[in-house]
Design a protein around this ligand. Structure first.
Ligand SMILES: Cc1ncc(COP(=O)(O)O)c(C=O)c1O
Length: 426
């Protein structure tokens, strides 16, 4: 049997979908013009589906820091952090993160995916329990798969369900509750106060992935843990440099007195090359800017409100209250694809998301905003949402969503955005 035969159903399902306007999962930015504009399919396009929340990818200080490091230290380290891959810059970035969070320890990974993979699979062994939110990111599910702990899923953002599940576990076992600050697909925020209180009442440890909330929430941008005043009860904060920080890499910060042992036992930290010096330099500059730039955050929230309120006014159904992620719910998969293609042809790029990246039966046009968007660009997006939404009957007098049965053509394909939702037990 050919090893690729198992993918045949996926390829056949994909071939039947209306891809005539281009495959949404192989979009090429032919030329990047700025944080918010690119040429796609030869057309000038507004980018409303990046994670460049603060617009720092084109920040002059970050670019100059990267240039300098590139010139002085070369293109890469060619080695692991525990061999030849720790430069002064890596240490400096960890110091900057520890200072930003006010923690004793910070450890930098080569991606946020690896940070989750490493922390989750290493912290919990065969006798331990991992309690994860059902809507967790793929990196959290994969961290569970990689380790030997028993995995228990609780209902999304449901503190009562977490409590119920923790009650069933022997309290002498090691237990880690894994949460996210802001969920990336629907753009809904975790009720961290309640969830963390439940975890702590049971004596469990807590890890919060602030991938999408870093730079976005909290008085100095440290995330939802800061905004909700629970940082002192969160044992591990994981984050990424691939969103508001505008580059690539991941990290974990903690006050746990034995945290440093992770550098010796965490395989996704040990067995991969460290970040290149230019990336380390721009990430360090960005972390410093983030801590002292409330104006960027304020602008991001103004933009987020403009888009969210505008979409609601047009009659779209959104996944969550206002946040920099506005997830527009579309009635079925084929319409979502046509809508996505219509927006792209009109010069607006958003993310298309299906199950299993989204909860079952939910098809989304995921818009994410940046502080760098202008009010005029957001008005342009809203105009295009209106035009395409009216043409496809998702809004307006010909609205058909009520008459379409839920998931009518839900021949759901496993997209490259797959969250790996079937990975957990419990
Ligand atoms: C919640 C969450 N955690 C972790 C990651 C992984 O981040 P990175 O892009 O740095 O691998 C992502 C990225 O999509 C994410 O959304």
């Amino acid at each position: 049997m050919d090893l690729f035969d198992k993918f045949e159903p996926l390829l056949q399902a994909k071939a039947k979908l209306p891809f005539e306007d281009g495959d949404p999962f192989t979009v090429c930015m032919e030329k990047v013009i700025s944080q918010t504009e690119a040429i796609i399919n030869g057309r000038h396009t507004i980018l409303a589906g990046t994670n460049n929340y603060l617009g720092l990818t084109f920040d002059r200080t970050c670019i100059e820091a990267a240039h300098k490091a590139l010139d002085e230290q070369g293109t890469g380290t060619t080695g692991s952090r525990v061999l030849n891959g720790t430069y002064a810059g890596h240490r400096g970035l960890e110091e900057a993160l520890a200072e930003f969070y006010g923690t004793a320890h910070a450890m930098v990974f080569s991606t946020g995916y690896q940070a989750n993979l490493g922390m989750i699979s290493t912290l919990c062994g065969p006798k331990d329990f991992l309690l994860i939110d059902a809507d967790s990111h793929a990196s959290i599910y994969d961290g569970c798969k990689m380790g030997d702990a028993t995995v228990v899923r609780f209902r999304h953002n449901d503190a009562n369900d977490l409590d119920k599940r923790l009650r069933r576990i022997d309290s002498s076992a090691g237990r880690l509750v894994v949460l996210e600050g802001l969920y990336s697909m629907l753009g809904d925020r975790a009720p961290l106060k309640e969830l963390v209180a439940v975890a702590k009442a049971h004596g469990a440890s807590v890890l919060v992935d602030e991938a999408h909330s870093l730079g976005v929430y909290g008085a100095t941008g440290r995330g939802v843990s800061q905004e909700d005043g629970v940082e002192d009860q969160v044992d591990f904060i994981v984050g990424t440099f691939s969103k508001s920080v505008g580059t690539i890499g991941g990290f974990c910060v903690s006050n746990h007195p034995k945290f440093e042992v992770m550098r010796l036992v965490c395989r996704p930290y040990l067995f991969t090359a460290s970040l290149p010096p230019s990336v380390v330099a721009s990430a360090t500059a960005a972390v410093k800017i983030m801590g002292r730039s409330p104006k960027l955050r304020e602008q991001l929230w103004r933009n987020a409100r403009q888009l969210h309120d505008g979409l609601e006014k047009l009659g779209f159904s959104l996944g969550a209250p206002v946040s920099p992620i506005s997830a527009v719910k579309i009635s079925d998969q084929a319409t979502a694809m046509r809508f996505w293609a219509g927006l792209l042809q009109a010069g607006v790029y958003v993310n298309l998301a299906f199950p299993p990246a989204t909860p079952q039966g939910i098809y989304l046009l995921r818009c994410s905003l940046s502080a760098a968007h202008t009010p005029e660009q957001i008005d342009f997006m809203l105009d295009k949402f209106k035009e395409v939404g009216l043409a496809l009957g998702e809004i307006g007098p010909n609205r058909v969503s009520e008459t379409r049965p839920a998931g009518a053509d839900a021949r759901t394909i496993a997209s490259p955005l797959a969250a790996g939702a079937a990975a957990a037990t419990g």
